[in-house]
Ligand binder design. Structure first.
Ligand SMILES: Nc1nc2c(ncn2[C@@H]2O[C@H](COP(=O)(O)OP(=O)(O)OP(=O)(O)O)[C@@H](O)[C@H]2O)c(=O)[nH]1
Length: 409
């Protein structure tokens, strides 16, 4: 474990796992128990469900119209035929209206009430066929059995709603058969049982499909949520790492390099200066009578002055110059590729700029001066400390000589 990772908070395991209860599926409806999860699922699949519904509606309408042909053969142009044709026409019209609604707004395909309403009306109308053609009751019952299975398998709707519609159809069929051609109680019981079989099969098949689809969706969403949590954790870790690196390398008050980082940067510049044989200069800047600022304006005002001076350093030194705060009211500047006269000139220019720059403390402006000690690295000088000590010596000479000046050695 490296130094930084020791400061990292441990990941809460829950962040990487999603809430299992959210994806619980009801064993009888085949839907997510959580309403929000179910809504999300339906919304996500509304386009697909709408396409399936439109296809089923189109086939339903075509079959309704096609069966008018055998009706005509059997009934001829009689009132019974026109009645049956009217039933078919009304059903097709309603199918067309629903198809139009779904095409305009696919989300309607997921709302059980529309298709359920259509199914109930169409079944009620269809029951009239028993009256019109009592001679083929057996055929119509067979057709009803096929329609019952189709309700579950081909017309997308919510399973509990389809179950309700199918039971209505079964009861209506039994009643219609009883009215048209009364049978013995045993035969009626057998017919009821016959109608319940496809309902049971259809319900089981629809339930299985719905549960499997939702399980698949839940797995996909859980994986997606885990990925999102992981990516959030990674962002947080990266942010923390950045904050820790900043904390470890900068002075919190001014944002300048701290002593530790300064030593690292100095080593790099030293190596470059040695490799290229270039000059390297160092300048220590110490604010004059800073204690008085603290005593007069308070410690936080003193902090503000230190921050403003740091900003002034950033604004006035070159981008290649390395700025730092070694502690207290003492700033340090490393000037790569710079000899002593040039460094002294740069330091002087800064000292003059500082003296001429008003620093706002509340409603008042104050002026502050600084003294600087400047040195150039000797060819065999390899320690930052050595340069700092020599610059400090020059600095104190400047303080003794009256401050607000630059002294070189
Ligand atoms: N506000 C604030 N004050 C600090 C900070 N670090 C050091 N000081 C203060 O800086 C002052 C430095 O005082 P001295 O060493 O006497 O130096 P000076 O008053 O600037 O006098 P000369 O350097 O001789 O001109 C002390 O009062 C310290 O408390 C800091 O981070 N914030």
């Amino acid at each position: 474990m490296n130094e930084l990772s020791k400061h990292m908070p441990e990941l809460p395991p829950a962040a990487l796992t999603s809430d299992q209860s959210l994806w619980k599926i009801s064993a009888w409806s085949g839907e997510f128990v959580d309403r929000q999860a179910e809504h999300e699922y339906l919304h996500k699949h509304s386009q697909l469900i709408a396409r399936q519904l439109l296809t089923a509606l189109a086939i339903w309408a075509i079959l309704m119209l096609l069966f008018a042909i055998p009706d005509y053969h059997a009934l001829g142009p009689t009132p019974a035929f026109w009645e049956s044709l009217a039933m078919r026409g009304v059903t097709c019209l309603l199918i067309g209206v629903l198809a139009l609604l779904v095409a305009r707004s696919p989300i309607r395909a997921t709302e059980a009430r529309w298709i359920t309403m259509l199914e109930l009306i169409a079944i009620s109308l269809f029951m009239g066929v028993y009256q019109l053609r009592p001679e083929i009751v057996a055929w119509i019952v067979t057709l009803t059995l096929i329609m019952l299975i189709s309700l579950f398998i081909f017309l997308p709707n919510r399973v509990p709603a389809v179950l309700g519609v199918a039971l209505y159809m079964a009861v209506a069929t039994v009643v219609a058969v009883h009215l048209v051609s009364p049978r013995s109680p045993g035969e009626m019981a057998a017919l009821s049982l016959l109608l319940l079989v496809p309902i049971g099969i259809g319900w089981a098949a629809a339930l299985r499909t719905q549960i499997l689809q939702r399980k698949q969706y839940a797995l996909w969403r859980q994986a997606q949520q885990a990925n999102e949590a992981l990516s959030r954790e990674m962002d947080e870790r990266a942010r923390l790492q950045e904050a820790l690196v900043k904390q470890a390398t900068t002075d919190p008050l001014t944002g300048l390099n701290n002593r530790r980082q300064y030593e690292t940067l100095f080593a790099t510049e030293l190596a470059r200066a040695q490799r290229k044989g270039n000059a390297l200069a160092l300048c220590i800047i110490d604010l004059d009578h800073f204690k008085q600022v603290n005593d007069t304006w308070g410690h936080s005002a003193g902090d503000q002055v230190l921050r403003d001076v740091a900003q002034l350093c950033r604004d006035n030194f070159r981008a290649v110059d390395i700025l730092g705060r070694l502690g207290g009211e003492e700033f340090v500047v490393l000037l790569p590729d710079t000899d002593l006269p040039t460094a002294a000139h740069i330091a002087r220019r800064f000292i003059e700029t500082l003296a001429a720059t008003p620093i706002a403390l509340g409603a008042e402006d104050i002026r502050i001066t600084a003294t600087a000690g400047v040195v150039q690295r000797d060819p065999d000088e390899e320690q930052l400390e050595s340069l700092v000590q020599r610059a400090d010596k020059a600095l104190y000479e400047g303080k003794r000589a009256g401050r607000n000046r630059v002294i070189t050695v």
